[in-house]
Design a protein around this ligand. Structure first.
Ligand SMILES: [Fe+2]
Ligand SMILES: [Fe+2]
Length: 379
């Protein structure tokens, strides 16, 4: 009798997790499914829910997918060194014949696993691919060639759902269809994922309905790009930077805050003022988050990943459907760095075509990232 082992943060578990596990259980004729929520020592954990709450949600989410469903706290008991190559032998001892279920993004990341060859030597690995995220079949062949073992790509295609996306909707106070009703019920009853409720409401009062809709679209876009391209940016930092990126757009009063003089009265003022007001009105102290807000319109030379992410997510946010944004969005989806450059180039050409001065930071960003384009304009 096979047992399917399914590990993950499950912060929170969503409907695609359930479908993937169901598919693995059916494919292997398994009678038992064992859920293995990840555990990080509290000081390292930047997640939203503690282990016990995530285990509780997992129990509610996966109930009934197999004859027997167990949520195993092996990771919490071990406390550290929770690597698959160490956990799987333990699971085998406990449950016998096992199959290890992973998501398509984990397979793509296999080079970063500890001892992938030992994981693959331990048991069959089943992969649940996700739509638009790499080529699971090709990655499977490469992985087997490199590390040996047996990998099965499930006949299943996960939809456009991720824990990040679900979490962002919940944090924004929006309804989320992608979580099993029993999980939704626990989340609502216990008031989980309400960490930013106050900030969201405050911001809603500062933005018109249209701008707030753009803000939400930019948040979803930033969270999606972070997970799609495995940018490994801390979820909270991405969420807060995207949430507050336009907080000063409709509040142009300077209030004596420190902004570059040459930005006053121009469209780029709101980025500088936005960073200052995020600090003053929302208590943001993280310099990297403030800088992502501060340069989201102009860009600048030598940007951090978070800065590029917010800049790119804003320009290609889901509410922008005028040409050529859908094509740019597709470019960014295919290749983050290349897409970022395409967005910067497009924006620069557009500004130049309008005539008038381009803000100096944008000129220097183009010189830095796209010297040939800058040369075209004699800069
Ligand atoms: Fe903006
Ligand atoms: Fe924006």
């Amino acid at each position: 009798m096979h047992t399917v082992i399914y590990g993950g943060a499950f912060d929170p578990p969503h409907s695609e997790h359930v479908k993937a596990l169901k598919c693995a259980v059916e494919t292997f004729g398994a009678k038992r499914a064992v859920i293995l929520p990840t555990y990080l020592p509290p000081h390292k954990s930047r997640g939203f829910l503690d282990f016990d709450t995530r285990a509780e949600l997992a129990r509610a989410a996966f109930d009934g997918v197999a004859d027997e469903v167990i949520v195993d706290d092996a990771e919490k008991v071990r406390g550290k060194d929770n690597f698959s190559y160490l956990l799987l032998p333990e699971m085998k001892k406990k449950y016998g014949d096992i199959v290890y279920l992973i998501g398509g993004d984990s397979l793509r990341d296999i080079g970063g696993w500890r001892h992938p060859e030992r994981v693959l030597a331990e048991c069959t690995v089943a992969v649940a691919p996700r739509k638009g995220c790499g080529d699971a079949e090709g990655e499977m062949r490469d992985a087997i060639e490199k590390y040996g073992g047996n990998i099965v790509v499930l006949d299943f295609m996960g939809g456009d759902v991720s824990s990040g996306r679900v979490k962002a909707s919940l944090l924004l106070g929006e309804k989320c269809e992608d979580i099993p009703p029993r999980v939704a019920e626990i989340i609502a009853r216990r008031g989980l994922y309400r960490d930013y409720a106050e900030d969201v409401e405050k911001l809603r009062g500062m933005e018109t309905e249209e701008l707030f809709a753009h803000t939400e679209a930019a948040v979803m876009r930033a969270v999606d790009l972070n997970s799609r391209h495995n940018l490994k940016q801390d979820f909270r930092r991405v969420f807060v930077a995207a949430l507050l990126h336009d907080n000063a757009k409709q509040r142009p009063s300077l209030d004596g805050l420190d902004v570059p003089k040459d930005s006053v009265g121009t469209p780029v003022l709101h980025q500088f003022l936005g960073a200052e007001k995020a600090r003053r009105d929302f208590g943001v102290t993280d310099g990297g988050v403030l800088d992502a807000i501060r340069y989201h319109t102009t860009a600048k030379p030598d940007m951090t990943v978070l800065e590029k992410l917010i800049y790119t997510a804003d320009s290609t946010s889901y509410d922008r459907d005028y040409a050529p944004i859908p094509e740019l969005r597709a470019e960014v989806d295919a290749d983050f760095e290349g897409g970022f450059l395409a967005v910067l180039g497009y924006t620069y050409r557009k500004l130049k075509a309008k005539g008038g001065a381009v803000y100096p930071l944008t000129e220097s960003a183009v010189k830095f990232y796209l010297p040939e384009l800058a040369a075209e304009y004699g800069e």
